[in-house]
Ligand binder design. Sequence first.
Ligand SMILES: NC(=O)C1=CN([C@@H]2O[C@H](COP(=O)(O)OP(=O)(O)OC[C@H]3O[C@@H](n4cnc5c(N)ncnc54)[C@H](O)[C@@H]3O)[C@@H](O)[C@H]2O)[C@@H](O)CC1
Ligand SMILES: [K+]
Length: 495
Amino acid sequence: MTAALYDVAALRAIETQASARSDDASALMRRAGQGAWRVLLDRWPAAGALLVACGPGNNGGDGYVLARHARQSGRDVAVVRVAAHAPRGELAMRACADYLEAGGRVVEFVDGELPPADVVVDALFGIGLARAPDESLSALIAAINRHPAPVFALDVPSGVDAVRGSAPGVSVRAQRTVEFIAPKMSLRTGIARDLCGALQVDTLDLDPAAFDVAASAECLRPSDLWRWLAPRRRDSHKGEHGRVLCVGGEHGHGGAILLAAEAALRSGAGLVDVVTRLPHVVALLARLPEAMAHAHADDADALDAHFIEAADVVMIGPGLGQGAWGATLFDQTLQAGKPAVLDADALNLLAAKPRRLPADTILTPHPGEAARLLGIDTGAVQRDRFDVAQRLAERHDAVVVLKGAGSIVAAPGRTPRLVDAGNPGMAVGGMGDVLAGVIAALRAQGLDAFDAASCGALLHAAAGDAAARESGERGLLPTDLMPWLRRLANPELPT
Ligand SMILES: NC(=O)C1=CN([C@@H]2O[C@H](COP(=O)(O)OP(=O)(O)OC[C@H]3O[C@@H](n4cnc5c(N)ncnc54)[C@H](O)[C@@H]3O)[C@@H](O)[C@H]2O)[C@@H](O)CC1
Ligand SMILES: [K+]
Protein backbone atom coordinates (compact mmCIF):
# COMPACT_ATOMS: atom_id res chain seq x y z
CA MET A 1 0.00 0.00 0.00
CA THR A 2 1.32 3.45 -0.81
CA ALA A 3 1.95 5.83 2.05
CA ALA A 4 -0.35 8.72 2.79
CA LEU A 5 1.15 12.17 3.26
CA TYR A 6 -0.56 15.02 5.08
CA ASP A 7 -0.62 18.79 5.03
CA VAL A 8 -0.55 20.87 8.20
CA ALA A 9 -4.34 21.34 8.29
CA ALA A 10 -4.85 17.57 8.14
CA LEU A 11 -2.27 17.05 10.91
CA ARG A 12 -4.03 19.57 13.11
CA ALA A 13 -7.31 17.72 12.43
CA ILE A 14 -5.72 14.40 13.44
CA GLU A 15 -4.34 16.05 16.58
CA THR A 16 -7.76 17.47 17.44
CA GLN A 17 -9.38 14.04 17.01
CA ALA A 18 -6.69 12.44 19.18
CA SER A 19 -6.94 15.12 21.88
CA ALA A 20 -10.72 14.81 21.98
CA ARG A 21 -10.27 11.16 22.99
CA SER A 22 -7.94 12.02 25.87
CA ASP A 23 -8.51 14.10 28.99
CA ASP A 24 -4.80 14.73 29.39
CA ALA A 25 -3.84 17.65 27.12
CA SER A 26 -0.12 17.20 27.64
CA ALA A 27 -0.05 13.47 26.80
CA LEU A 28 0.91 13.98 23.16
CA MET A 29 3.73 16.36 24.05
CA ARG A 30 5.08 13.91 26.61
CA ARG A 31 5.01 11.12 24.03
CA ALA A 32 6.65 13.33 21.40
CA GLY A 33 9.50 14.40 23.70
CA GLN A 34 10.03 10.91 25.03
CA GLY A 35 9.86 9.34 21.55
CA ALA A 36 12.42 11.83 20.25
CA TRP A 37 14.68 11.04 23.20
CA ARG A 38 14.50 7.34 22.29
CA VAL A 39 15.43 8.15 18.68
CA LEU A 40 18.38 10.22 19.89
CA LEU A 41 19.57 7.41 22.17
CA ASP A 42 19.23 4.90 19.39
CA ARG A 43 21.04 7.05 16.86
CA TRP A 44 23.72 8.63 19.07
CA PRO A 45 24.07 6.23 22.03
CA ALA A 46 27.41 7.69 23.11
CA ALA A 47 26.20 11.30 23.22
CA GLY A 48 27.02 12.56 26.73
CA ALA A 49 26.48 16.30 26.24
CA LEU A 50 23.37 17.74 24.63
CA LEU A 51 22.22 21.20 23.67
CA VAL A 52 18.49 21.57 23.20
CA ALA A 53 17.37 24.79 21.47
CA CYS A 54 13.79 25.47 22.61
CA GLY A 55 11.26 27.89 21.13
CA PRO A 56 8.10 29.45 22.59
CA GLY A 57 5.45 26.98 21.40
CA ASN A 58 4.67 23.30 21.62
CA ASN A 59 7.72 22.37 19.55
CA GLY A 60 9.78 23.98 22.30
CA GLY A 61 7.65 22.01 24.79
CA ASP A 62 8.73 18.76 23.07
CA GLY A 63 12.31 19.95 23.49
CA TYR A 64 11.90 20.55 27.24
CA VAL A 65 10.43 17.05 27.65
CA LEU A 66 13.40 15.55 25.76
CA ALA A 67 15.85 17.63 27.83
CA ARG A 68 14.26 16.40 31.06
CA HIS A 69 14.58 12.74 29.98
CA ALA A 70 18.18 13.29 28.97
CA ARG A 71 18.96 14.92 32.29
CA GLN A 72 17.23 12.18 34.26
CA SER A 73 19.38 9.68 32.32
CA GLY A 74 22.51 11.39 33.59
CA ARG A 75 23.45 13.35 30.45
CA ASP A 76 24.99 16.80 30.55
CA VAL A 77 22.12 18.90 29.16
CA ALA A 78 21.56 22.60 28.53
CA VAL A 79 18.49 24.22 27.02
CA VAL A 80 19.41 27.18 24.83
CA ARG A 81 16.84 29.83 24.10
CA VAL A 82 16.41 33.44 23.09
CA ALA A 83 15.10 35.50 26.03
CA ALA A 84 12.36 37.15 23.98
CA HIS A 85 11.03 33.73 22.93
CA ALA A 86 10.64 31.94 26.27
CA PRO A 87 7.73 29.46 26.57
CA ARG A 88 4.38 31.10 25.91
CA GLY A 89 1.80 28.36 25.60
CA GLU A 90 0.44 26.57 28.65
CA LEU A 91 1.79 23.14 27.68
CA ALA A 92 5.26 24.44 26.85
CA MET A 93 5.38 26.43 30.12
CA ARG A 94 4.50 23.29 32.06
CA ALA A 95 7.14 21.21 30.22
CA CYS A 96 9.71 23.91 30.96
CA ALA A 97 8.75 24.00 34.66
CA ASP A 98 9.12 20.19 34.88
CA TYR A 99 12.56 20.45 33.29
CA LEU A 100 13.67 23.15 35.74
CA GLU A 101 12.25 21.19 38.64
CA ALA A 102 14.40 18.22 37.56
CA GLY A 103 17.45 20.52 37.93
CA GLY A 104 17.62 21.49 34.23
CA ARG A 105 19.86 24.32 33.10
CA VAL A 106 18.86 27.11 30.71
CA VAL A 107 21.34 29.23 28.75
CA GLU A 108 20.10 32.48 27.20
CA PHE A 109 21.60 32.87 23.73
CA VAL A 110 22.72 36.36 22.82
CA ASP A 111 25.16 35.95 19.95
CA GLY A 112 28.33 34.12 18.97
CA GLU A 113 29.06 30.42 19.30
CA LEU A 114 27.19 27.73 21.21
CA PRO A 115 28.97 25.66 23.87
CA PRO A 116 30.39 22.25 22.86
CA ALA A 117 27.99 19.29 22.66
CA ASP A 118 27.74 15.86 21.06
CA VAL A 119 24.28 16.46 19.58
CA VAL A 120 22.28 19.66 19.08
CA VAL A 121 18.52 19.19 19.30
CA ASP A 122 16.44 21.71 17.38
CA ALA A 123 13.08 22.38 19.06
CA LEU A 124 12.67 26.05 18.15
CA PHE A 125 9.67 25.82 15.81
CA GLY A 126 7.57 23.09 14.29
CA ILE A 127 4.39 23.36 12.24
CA GLY A 128 3.52 26.65 13.92
CA LEU A 129 6.19 28.83 12.28
CA ALA A 130 4.27 31.91 11.22
CA ARG A 131 6.92 34.14 9.66
CA ALA A 132 10.66 34.36 8.97
CA PRO A 133 12.73 34.16 12.20
CA ASP A 134 13.77 37.58 13.56
CA GLU A 135 17.38 38.70 14.00
CA SER A 136 18.00 37.03 17.35
CA LEU A 137 16.46 33.72 16.26
CA SER A 138 18.33 33.87 12.97
CA ALA A 139 21.60 34.28 14.90
CA LEU A 140 20.76 31.22 17.01
CA ILE A 141 19.83 29.18 13.92
CA ALA A 142 23.08 30.21 12.22
CA ALA A 143 25.03 29.17 15.35
CA ILE A 144 23.25 25.77 15.33
CA ASN A 145 24.21 25.30 11.68
CA ARG A 146 27.84 26.23 12.42
CA HIS A 147 28.06 23.84 15.37
CA PRO A 148 30.21 20.80 14.60
CA ALA A 149 27.80 18.34 16.25
CA PRO A 150 25.00 16.63 14.29
CA VAL A 151 21.67 18.47 14.44
CA PHE A 152 18.54 16.50 15.33
CA ALA A 153 15.31 18.37 14.50
CA LEU A 154 12.00 17.73 16.22
CA ASP A 155 9.05 17.60 13.82
CA VAL A 156 10.37 20.23 11.37
CA PRO A 157 13.79 21.85 10.93
CA SER A 158 13.16 25.27 12.50
CA GLY A 159 12.73 27.93 9.87
CA VAL A 160 11.00 25.64 7.38
CA ASP A 161 7.41 26.61 6.66
CA ALA A 162 5.69 23.22 6.95
CA VAL A 163 2.64 24.46 5.03
CA ARG A 164 4.58 25.17 1.84
CA GLY A 165 7.87 23.31 2.27
CA SER A 166 10.02 26.40 1.88
CA ALA A 167 12.13 28.56 4.16
CA PRO A 168 11.00 32.20 4.45
CA GLY A 169 14.32 33.12 6.13
CA VAL A 170 17.21 31.29 7.78
CA SER A 171 16.54 27.65 8.58
CA VAL A 172 18.14 24.89 10.60
CA ARG A 173 19.85 22.26 8.46
CA ALA A 174 19.31 18.95 10.23
CA GLN A 175 21.09 15.67 9.87
CA ARG A 176 17.94 13.87 11.03
CA THR A 177 14.34 14.93 11.63
CA VAL A 178 11.71 12.99 13.56
CA GLU A 179 8.20 13.94 12.48
CA PHE A 180 5.32 13.54 14.88
CA ILE A 181 1.98 11.87 14.15
CA ALA A 182 2.25 11.38 10.37
CA PRO A 183 4.53 12.23 7.41
CA LYS A 184 4.17 15.72 6.00
CA MET A 185 3.94 16.27 2.25
CA SER A 186 5.77 19.59 2.43
CA LEU A 187 8.98 18.16 3.90
CA ARG A 188 9.58 15.84 0.96
CA THR A 189 9.97 18.31 -1.87
CA GLY A 190 12.17 21.26 -2.79
CA ILE A 191 14.54 22.79 -0.27
CA ALA A 192 12.79 21.18 2.71
CA ARG A 193 13.88 17.76 1.41
CA ASP A 194 17.46 18.90 1.85
CA LEU A 195 17.05 20.69 5.20
CA CYS A 196 15.42 17.71 6.95
CA GLY A 197 18.24 15.23 6.47
CA ALA A 198 17.03 11.67 7.13
CA LEU A 199 13.32 11.64 7.96
CA GLN A 200 11.52 9.29 10.30
CA VAL A 201 8.01 9.31 11.69
CA ASP A 202 6.78 8.74 15.25
CA THR A 203 3.00 8.21 15.25
CA LEU A 204 2.86 8.85 19.02
CA ASP A 205 0.84 5.63 19.39
CA LEU A 206 -2.31 7.42 18.32
CA ASP A 207 -5.53 5.51 18.09
CA PRO A 208 -5.88 4.52 14.38
CA ALA A 209 -9.35 6.08 14.44
CA ALA A 210 -7.70 9.50 14.75
CA PHE A 211 -6.30 9.03 11.23
CA ASP A 212 -9.76 9.14 9.73
CA VAL A 213 -8.71 12.16 7.68
CA ALA A 214 -8.21 12.14 3.90
CA ALA A 215 -4.57 11.97 2.78
CA SER A 216 -3.36 15.24 1.27
CA ALA A 217 -0.90 13.51 -1.08
CA GLU A 218 0.24 10.04 -1.98
CA CYS A 219 3.89 9.04 -1.56
CA LEU A 220 5.35 6.92 -4.37
CA ARG A 221 8.33 4.71 -3.63
CA PRO A 222 10.22 2.36 -5.98
CA SER A 223 8.34 -0.59 -4.45
CA ASP A 224 5.18 0.88 -6.03
CA LEU A 225 6.37 0.25 -9.58
CA TRP A 226 4.67 -3.15 -9.77
CA ARG A 227 1.28 -1.37 -9.58
CA TRP A 228 1.70 -0.24 -13.15
CA LEU A 229 4.21 -2.62 -14.68
CA ALA A 230 2.59 -6.04 -14.87
CA PRO A 231 4.42 -8.79 -16.76
CA ARG A 232 3.53 -8.81 -20.45
CA ARG A 233 1.09 -11.18 -22.06
CA ARG A 234 3.00 -14.04 -23.66
CA ASP A 235 1.31 -13.49 -27.03
CA SER A 236 1.61 -9.72 -27.26
CA HIS A 237 3.11 -8.03 -30.34
CA LYS A 238 4.95 -4.76 -30.88
CA GLY A 239 1.83 -2.89 -31.98
CA GLU A 240 0.27 -3.50 -28.58
CA HIS A 241 3.20 -1.89 -26.79
CA GLY A 242 2.53 1.43 -28.38
CA ARG A 243 4.08 3.67 -30.99
CA VAL A 244 5.69 6.89 -29.81
CA LEU A 245 6.48 9.82 -32.07
CA CYS A 246 9.37 11.93 -30.70
CA VAL A 247 9.68 15.41 -32.19
CA GLY A 248 12.65 17.68 -31.52
CA GLY A 249 16.37 18.13 -31.98
CA GLU A 250 16.95 21.50 -33.66
CA HIS A 251 20.50 22.14 -34.91
CA GLY A 252 22.89 21.84 -32.00
CA HIS A 253 20.42 19.87 -29.85
CA GLY A 254 20.32 16.45 -31.47
CA GLY A 255 21.29 14.62 -28.28
CA ALA A 256 18.10 15.65 -26.48
CA ILE A 257 15.74 13.86 -28.85
CA LEU A 258 18.07 10.86 -29.04
CA LEU A 259 17.96 10.50 -25.24
CA ALA A 260 14.17 10.73 -25.24
CA ALA A 261 13.85 8.13 -28.00
CA GLU A 262 16.26 5.71 -26.35
CA ALA A 263 14.51 6.10 -23.00
CA ALA A 264 11.15 5.39 -24.67
CA LEU A 265 12.50 2.15 -26.14
CA ARG A 266 14.18 1.12 -22.87
CA SER A 267 10.89 1.73 -21.06
CA GLY A 268 9.08 -0.66 -23.32
CA ALA A 269 7.59 1.29 -26.25
CA GLY A 270 6.93 -1.09 -29.14
CA LEU A 271 7.92 1.36 -31.88
CA VAL A 272 9.57 4.77 -31.80
CA ASP A 273 9.59 7.30 -34.64
CA VAL A 274 11.80 10.37 -34.43
CA VAL A 275 11.33 13.55 -36.44
CA THR A 276 14.43 15.72 -36.25
CA ARG A 277 16.95 17.72 -38.27
CA LEU A 278 18.69 15.85 -41.08
CA PRO A 279 22.23 15.77 -39.57
CA HIS A 280 20.85 14.13 -36.42
CA VAL A 281 19.27 11.27 -38.30
CA VAL A 282 22.62 9.65 -39.07
CA ALA A 283 23.92 10.03 -35.52
CA LEU A 284 20.68 8.75 -34.09
CA LEU A 285 20.60 5.64 -36.23
CA ALA A 286 24.24 4.92 -35.48
CA ARG A 287 23.47 4.73 -31.76
CA LEU A 288 19.89 3.53 -31.89
CA PRO A 289 19.09 1.45 -34.97
CA GLU A 290 15.77 0.40 -33.40
CA ALA A 291 14.38 3.92 -33.84
CA MET A 292 12.84 5.07 -37.12
CA ALA A 293 14.39 8.45 -37.76
CA HIS A 294 13.02 10.95 -40.25
CA ALA A 295 14.51 14.23 -41.36
CA HIS A 296 12.40 17.34 -41.25
CA ALA A 297 14.41 19.88 -43.11
CA ASP A 298 12.58 23.04 -43.94
CA ASP A 299 11.12 25.44 -41.41
CA ALA A 300 7.89 25.79 -43.32
CA ASP A 301 7.50 22.21 -44.55
CA ALA A 302 4.44 20.33 -43.42
CA LEU A 303 5.14 17.37 -41.18
CA ASP A 304 4.22 14.13 -42.95
CA ALA A 305 0.74 13.41 -41.56
CA HIS A 306 1.50 9.69 -41.57
CA PHE A 307 3.84 10.00 -38.59
CA ILE A 308 1.17 11.55 -36.44
CA GLU A 309 -1.58 9.24 -37.60
CA ALA A 310 0.52 6.18 -36.82
CA ALA A 311 1.47 7.38 -33.33
CA ASP A 312 -0.32 6.37 -30.13
CA VAL A 313 1.45 9.17 -28.28
CA VAL A 314 3.33 12.24 -29.47
CA MET A 315 6.23 13.51 -27.38
CA ILE A 316 7.50 16.94 -28.36
CA GLY A 317 10.02 19.36 -26.95
CA PRO A 318 13.50 17.98 -26.25
CA GLY A 319 15.94 20.16 -28.20
CA LEU A 320 13.04 21.59 -30.21
CA GLY A 321 14.14 25.21 -30.02
CA GLN A 322 11.73 28.11 -30.18
CA GLY A 323 12.44 29.21 -33.74
CA ALA A 324 10.27 28.78 -36.81
CA TRP A 325 11.24 25.09 -37.23
CA GLY A 326 10.20 24.20 -33.67
CA ALA A 327 7.11 26.40 -33.61
CA THR A 328 5.74 24.91 -36.84
CA LEU A 329 6.37 21.34 -35.68
CA PHE A 330 4.75 22.17 -32.33
CA ASP A 331 1.55 23.42 -34.02
CA GLN A 332 1.35 20.53 -36.44
CA THR A 333 2.06 17.85 -33.87
CA LEU A 334 -0.70 19.00 -31.55
CA GLN A 335 -3.28 19.52 -34.28
CA ALA A 336 -4.32 15.88 -34.53
CA GLY A 337 -5.29 15.85 -30.83
CA LYS A 338 -3.30 12.70 -30.03
CA PRO A 339 -2.29 11.97 -26.41
CA ALA A 340 0.73 14.23 -25.94
CA VAL A 341 3.74 14.70 -23.68
CA LEU A 342 5.14 18.25 -23.74
CA ASP A 343 8.63 18.96 -22.45
CA ALA A 344 11.35 21.62 -22.65
CA ASP A 345 10.87 24.06 -25.54
CA ALA A 346 7.35 22.80 -26.19
CA LEU A 347 6.55 24.20 -22.73
CA ASN A 348 8.29 27.47 -23.55
CA LEU A 349 6.28 27.73 -26.79
CA LEU A 350 3.12 27.03 -24.81
CA ALA A 351 4.05 29.73 -22.28
CA ALA A 352 4.64 32.22 -25.10
CA LYS A 353 1.36 31.36 -26.84
CA PRO A 354 -1.12 29.61 -24.53
CA ARG A 355 -3.51 27.29 -26.35
CA ARG A 356 -6.03 24.60 -25.66
CA LEU A 357 -4.25 21.26 -25.34
CA PRO A 358 -5.48 17.80 -26.35
CA ALA A 359 -7.31 16.03 -23.51
CA ASP A 360 -5.01 14.48 -20.89
CA THR A 361 -1.84 16.11 -22.15
CA ILE A 362 1.16 15.57 -19.85
CA LEU A 363 3.43 18.56 -19.11
CA THR A 364 6.86 17.94 -17.57
CA PRO A 365 8.21 21.36 -16.50
CA HIS A 366 11.26 22.02 -14.37
CA PRO A 367 10.75 24.95 -11.96
CA GLY A 368 11.94 27.51 -14.55
CA GLU A 369 9.50 26.27 -17.17
CA ALA A 370 6.70 26.12 -14.60
CA ALA A 371 7.48 29.74 -13.70
CA ARG A 372 7.23 30.82 -17.35
CA LEU A 373 3.94 28.95 -17.77
CA LEU A 374 2.45 30.74 -14.76
CA GLY A 375 4.10 34.12 -15.32
CA ILE A 376 5.86 34.07 -11.93
CA ASP A 377 9.51 33.76 -10.94
CA THR A 378 11.28 30.47 -10.24
CA GLY A 379 11.64 31.34 -6.53
CA ALA A 380 7.86 31.56 -6.25
CA VAL A 381 7.53 28.09 -7.79
CA GLN A 382 9.99 26.62 -5.31
CA ARG A 383 8.33 28.33 -2.34
CA ASP A 384 5.10 26.37 -2.80
CA ARG A 385 5.68 23.43 -5.14
CA PHE A 386 2.50 21.46 -4.46
CA ASP A 387 0.32 24.51 -4.98
CA VAL A 388 2.12 25.47 -8.19
CA ALA A 389 1.84 21.96 -9.66
CA GLN A 390 -1.88 21.89 -8.91
CA ARG A 391 -2.48 25.39 -10.30
CA LEU A 392 -0.64 24.53 -13.48
CA ALA A 393 -2.61 21.31 -13.90
CA GLU A 394 -5.87 23.18 -13.50
CA ARG A 395 -4.90 26.07 -15.75
CA HIS A 396 -4.07 23.74 -18.66
CA ASP A 397 -6.46 20.95 -17.73
CA ALA A 398 -3.44 18.68 -17.97
CA VAL A 399 -1.34 16.27 -15.95
CA VAL A 400 1.75 18.05 -14.61
CA VAL A 401 5.05 16.58 -13.43
CA LEU A 402 6.86 19.36 -11.56
CA LYS A 403 10.46 18.20 -11.59
CA GLY A 404 13.17 18.85 -9.00
CA ALA A 405 13.97 17.26 -5.63
CA GLY A 406 10.75 15.43 -4.73
CA SER A 407 8.95 15.58 -8.09
CA ILE A 408 5.21 16.19 -7.85
CA VAL A 409 2.55 14.73 -10.15
CA ALA A 410 -0.68 16.71 -10.19
CA ALA A 411 -3.92 16.56 -12.17
CA PRO A 412 -7.25 18.37 -11.86
CA GLY A 413 -9.42 16.78 -9.18
CA ARG A 414 -6.81 14.21 -8.15
CA THR A 415 -4.86 13.78 -4.92
CA PRO A 416 -1.30 14.79 -5.88
CA ARG A 417 1.49 12.26 -5.85
CA LEU A 418 5.02 12.77 -4.63
CA VAL A 419 7.97 10.78 -5.94
CA ASP A 420 10.07 9.83 -2.93
CA ALA A 421 13.17 8.86 -4.93
CA GLY A 422 15.84 10.54 -7.04
CA ASN A 423 19.13 12.22 -6.17
CA PRO A 424 21.13 15.36 -6.98
CA GLY A 425 23.30 13.41 -9.43
CA MET A 426 20.27 13.68 -11.72
CA ALA A 427 20.65 17.46 -11.93
CA VAL A 428 22.44 17.33 -15.28
CA GLY A 429 21.53 18.21 -18.87
CA GLY A 430 19.53 15.55 -20.68
CA MET A 431 17.86 13.99 -17.61
CA GLY A 432 14.56 15.67 -18.43
CA ASP A 433 14.68 14.39 -22.00
CA VAL A 434 14.96 10.87 -20.62
CA LEU A 435 11.96 11.46 -18.35
CA ALA A 436 9.81 12.69 -21.25
CA GLY A 437 10.68 9.56 -23.25
CA VAL A 438 9.88 7.26 -20.31
CA ILE A 439 6.49 8.86 -19.69
CA ALA A 440 5.57 8.77 -23.39
CA ALA A 441 6.45 5.06 -23.57
CA LEU A 442 4.30 4.21 -20.55
CA ARG A 443 1.38 6.22 -21.93
CA ALA A 444 1.77 4.37 -25.25
CA GLN A 445 1.65 1.06 -23.37
CA GLY A 446 -1.83 1.88 -22.16
CA LEU A 447 -1.51 3.70 -18.83
CA ASP A 448 -3.80 6.69 -18.41
CA ALA A 449 -2.13 10.09 -18.33
CA PHE A 450 -1.97 10.44 -14.51
CA ASP A 451 -0.60 6.93 -14.02
CA ALA A 452 1.87 7.19 -16.92
CA ALA A 453 3.23 10.43 -15.48
CA SER A 454 3.41 8.95 -11.96
CA CYS A 455 4.95 5.65 -12.99
CA GLY A 456 7.33 7.41 -15.38
CA ALA A 457 8.56 9.91 -12.80
CA LEU A 458 9.02 7.08 -10.30
CA LEU A 459 10.79 4.77 -12.76
CA HIS A 460 13.11 7.58 -13.84
CA ALA A 461 13.99 8.54 -10.24
CA ALA A 462 14.49 4.92 -9.19
CA ALA A 463 16.77 4.32 -12.19
CA GLY A 464 18.75 7.42 -11.20
CA ASP A 465 19.11 6.11 -7.65
CA ALA A 466 20.19 2.67 -8.86
CA ALA A 467 22.80 4.21 -11.17
CA ALA A 468 24.04 6.47 -8.34
CA ARG A 469 24.33 3.51 -5.96
CA GLU A 470 26.53 1.83 -8.52
CA SER A 471 29.05 4.61 -9.18
CA GLY A 472 28.07 7.73 -7.26
CA GLU A 473 26.09 10.90 -7.90
CA ARG A 474 28.76 13.20 -9.28
CA GLY A 475 29.33 12.49 -12.96
CA LEU A 476 26.08 10.54 -13.38
CA LEU A 477 24.86 10.78 -16.99
CA PRO A 478 21.41 10.32 -18.49
CA THR A 479 22.70 7.41 -20.58
CA ASP A 480 23.70 5.65 -17.32
CA LEU A 481 19.98 5.32 -16.58
CA MET A 482 19.17 3.29 -19.69
CA PRO A 483 20.07 -0.20 -18.41
CA TRP A 484 18.31 0.59 -15.13
CA LEU A 485 15.15 1.77 -16.84
CA ARG A 486 14.96 -1.60 -18.49
CA ARG A 487 15.78 -3.47 -15.26
CA LEU A 488 13.23 -1.58 -13.16
CA ALA A 489 10.53 -1.60 -15.84
CA ASN A 490 10.39 -5.36 -15.21
CA PRO A 491 9.63 -5.48 -11.48
CA GLU A 492 8.86 -9.20 -11.65
CA LEU A 493 12.62 -9.83 -11.95
CA PRO A 494 14.24 -10.94 -8.68
CA THR A 495 16.12 -8.07 -6.99
N1 LIG B 1 0.28 18.57 16.37
C1 LIG B 1 0.34 17.75 17.42
O1 LIG B 1 -0.52 16.98 17.66
C2 LIG B 1 1.48 17.76 18.30
C3 LIG B 1 2.37 18.80 18.21
N2 LIG B 1 3.48 18.77 18.89
C4 LIG B 1 4.48 19.79 18.64
O2 LIG B 1 3.92 21.05 18.58
C5 LIG B 1 4.35 21.70 17.40
C6 LIG B 1 3.35 22.70 17.01
O3 LIG B 1 3.18 23.54 18.10
P1 LIG B 1 2.72 25.03 17.96
O4 LIG B 1 1.47 25.09 17.23
O5 LIG B 1 2.77 25.62 19.34
O6 LIG B 1 3.80 25.68 17.02
P2 LIG B 1 5.37 25.90 17.18
O7 LIG B 1 5.91 25.37 18.43
O8 LIG B 1 5.94 25.44 15.91
O9 LIG B 1 5.51 27.49 17.20
C7 LIG B 1 4.44 28.33 17.47
C8 LIG B 1 4.86 29.41 18.41
O10 LIG B 1 5.90 30.15 17.84
C9 LIG B 1 5.51 31.51 17.61
N3 LIG B 1 6.11 31.85 16.35
C10 LIG B 1 5.81 31.39 15.11
N4 LIG B 1 6.66 31.86 14.20
C11 LIG B 1 7.54 32.66 14.87
C12 LIG B 1 8.65 33.42 14.50
N5 LIG B 1 9.07 33.46 13.24
N6 LIG B 1 9.30 34.11 15.43
C13 LIG B 1 8.92 34.06 16.72
N7 LIG B 1 7.87 33.37 17.15
C14 LIG B 1 7.18 32.67 16.23
C15 LIG B 1 4.02 31.50 17.64
O11 LIG B 1 3.51 32.74 18.01
C16 LIG B 1 3.76 30.41 18.68
O12 LIG B 1 3.94 30.92 19.97
C17 LIG B 1 4.59 20.58 16.43
O13 LIG B 1 5.45 20.96 15.39
C18 LIG B 1 5.16 19.53 17.33
O14 LIG B 1 6.55 19.69 17.50
C19 LIG B 1 3.85 17.73 19.81
O15 LIG B 1 3.85 18.27 21.09
C20 LIG B 1 3.01 16.52 19.74
C21 LIG B 1 1.62 16.68 19.29
K1 LIG C 1 12.11 22.05 15.21
